[in-house]
Design a protein around this ligand. Structure first.
Ligand SMILES: *Cc1c(COP(=O)(O)O)cnc(C)c1O
Length: 364
């Protein structure tokens, strides 16, 4: 060896490809590529973030105590059973590093969120993708796949990019069907958008079972993707474990301040949910009227099916030239689809108009 070589897995990990935010030569594109809140964050969160600028020479509170209290108050949870991270991505990494290494398996569903696979590979573990049925997490298939090597199972519910969800009964069936030493991570990044009475964000299961973790984020409905803030709720032994992997000051002071204000601003959350309810329904209907298949979604985004992978790619290029940034989901084994985040009214209209013109151009 003539130079340092990283541990097994590190160089095998694919790089996460984020949604685009810029288009050459287009001043204000409709950014519908990253499931961000088009309304932005709570004004109070922005004010708290600005206020934090007056104390930049001080280290943050390493335990994110005020933030954990605010989360606990709003969600009716115990602050000792919470941990905050620099995005839920960081907590996904901690979970995998804590519970899986070489020879261990990390199970997730085939069209599931990309970070589970990436983090598993980087930790030297083996990622195992389980087929879905009808673009939905298949609990029976997961239970059949789990082996003695399985250490963690990740479920995004609702899932990104499909927008589908599984019921509380299915989540409970999964938890009850797994051996108690397998960590079940219920990633509820879009929970606030869901208004189905058979849905659970997983908090009650994380309270009851020793092997269940609920993950949440401030990047989606709270509109704070830039500050990098997420949290996990689990029983004490898991939180204690993750705290040992956490850097002493993993969440910035400004992020904590913004997070406290965002968590307390329930009106902003309600407004954001109402906006999504209205425009998700409108957007899906408008694209269906153009003859496209729009998969049902309970999140703040939808996947839309084109005739084939080539057509989806051409559509994406056409949309970009017309100032609309959708998300290529070919990396999720969905090459004939594009994912659209529900934007502002003007952005939804602009996207539908561009899709209409694309389909017309295809007929010629
Ligand atoms: C967006 C998203 C996250 C959030 O990631 P952050 O690191 O908190 O920004 C987590 N899980 C899923 C499924 C997501 O779509």
């Amino acid at each position: 060896m003539t130079r340092p070589i990283p541990k097994p897995g590190v160089l095998d990990a694919p790089l996460y490809v984020p949604g685009e935010h810029k288009l050459d030569g287009i001043a204000e594109p409709a950014i519908l590529s990253a499931n961000e809140n088009p309304l932005g964050p709570s004004e109070q969160a922005v004010a708290a973030y600005r206020e934090a600028a007056g104390h930049l020479h001080r280290y943050p509170d390493g335990g994110s105590n005020a933030l954990r209290r605010a989360i606990a108050d709003t969600h009716g949870l115990e602050p000792e059973r919470l941990i905050c991270g620099a995005g839920s991505d960081e907590l996904i990494t901690f979970l995998i590093r804590a519970y899986a290494g070489a020879g261990d398996e990390v199970v997730y569903s085939k069209h599931g969120f990309a970070m589970y696979r990436i983090s598993a590979i980087a930790a030297g573990a083996t990622p195992v993708a389980v087929p879905e049925s009808d673009l939905r997490t298949d609990v029976d298939a997961i239970l059949e796949t789990v082996s003695p090597q399985t250490k963690l199972v990740f479920i995004a519910n609702p899932n990104n990019p499909t927008g589908s969800y599984i019921s509380e009964a299915d989540v409970a069936k999964l938890v009850e069907g797994l051996p108690p030493h397998v960590v079940v991570v219920l990633d509820s990044a879009y929970a606030e958008y869901v208004s189905r009475n058979d849905y659970t964000d997983g908090a009650s299961l994380a309270a009851r079972y020793e092997n269940v973790v609920m993950l949440r984020t401030f990047s989606k409905i709270h509109g704070l993707a830039a500050v990098r803030l997420g949290w996990a709720y689990a029983q004490q032994h898991i939180i204690d474990t993750l705290n040992r992997l956490r850097g002493p000051f993993n969440v910035t002071a400004a992020a904590q301040a913004a997070g406290v204000a965002a968590m307390r601003d329930e009106r902003h959350v309600a407004r954001s949910r109402d906006h999504n309810d209205q425009w998700l329904a409108w957007f899906a209907e408008a694209l269906k009227e153009l003859g496209l298949t729009v998969e049902p979604s309970v999140g703040n985004f939808v996947i839309v099916k084109f005739a084939d992978a080539e057509t989806a790619k051409r559509a994406n290029g056409f949309l970009e030239r017309n100032g609309v940034i959708a998300r290529d989901v070919s990396g999720y084994h969905l090459p004939e689809y594009l994912r659209f985040t529900i934007g502002l009214e003007s952005e939804c209209r602009k996207a539908v108009d561009a899709v209409r013109r694309f389909l017309e151009s295809e007929k010629r």
